[in-house]
Design a protein around this ligand. Sequence first.
Ligand code: IMP
Ligand code: MG
Length: 180
Amino acid sequence: MDSILVKDRYFKPFIPAAEIAQRVAEVAARISADFEGRNPLLLAVLNGSFVFAADLARQLTIPFTISFIRVSSYEGMASTGELKEVIGLSESIEGRPVIIIEDIIDSGFTMASLLESLRRQHPADLRVCTLLTKPGNLKADVRIDYSAFNIPNDFIVGYGLDYDGFGRGLKEIYVVDTEA
Ligand code: IMP
Ligand code: MG
């Protein structure tokens, strides 16, 4: 198995591109069935979800709109990880069915604060779709409606996810190689 160097650490192949495509298509089929006739708004959380969101969007068979948001810690609160601010949501989500598109749910705190913030704007429906979930790390109380893969707690990179900004363009998902 060939390890690759991303910035200054080695990573080994973990989920092949074909397997990702297969699961993304399956999740898209479920969303298309669940949201038939409802014109959902996809809210893709930048930066990590840009690849997943692009592939998922092209597999959906229903009408939808898509916007891109960021979640960042309030200044000076970064270390607590509790207070988060939603950036980039310019349209009203009141009365709309909304599906959040995330790259990975780890502790779940990012998603929990995002959900709390969006709920205050009274969407008609608010669901969570993530490419990856680390169930072993999940601490926040978050209902995950769609998850393509459950993975162990190891650090991964590729298909939009980064290690210190690098590795987002990798077509497969790689896991940190602790032996390299
Ligand atoms: P949470 O708030 O702990 O759920 O953190 C979620 C965020 O942490 C994700 O949106 C990613 O940006 C980042 N993250 C968590 N695990 C990984 C990983 O294994 N690789 C890359 N980024 C990760
Ligand atoms: Mg992210």
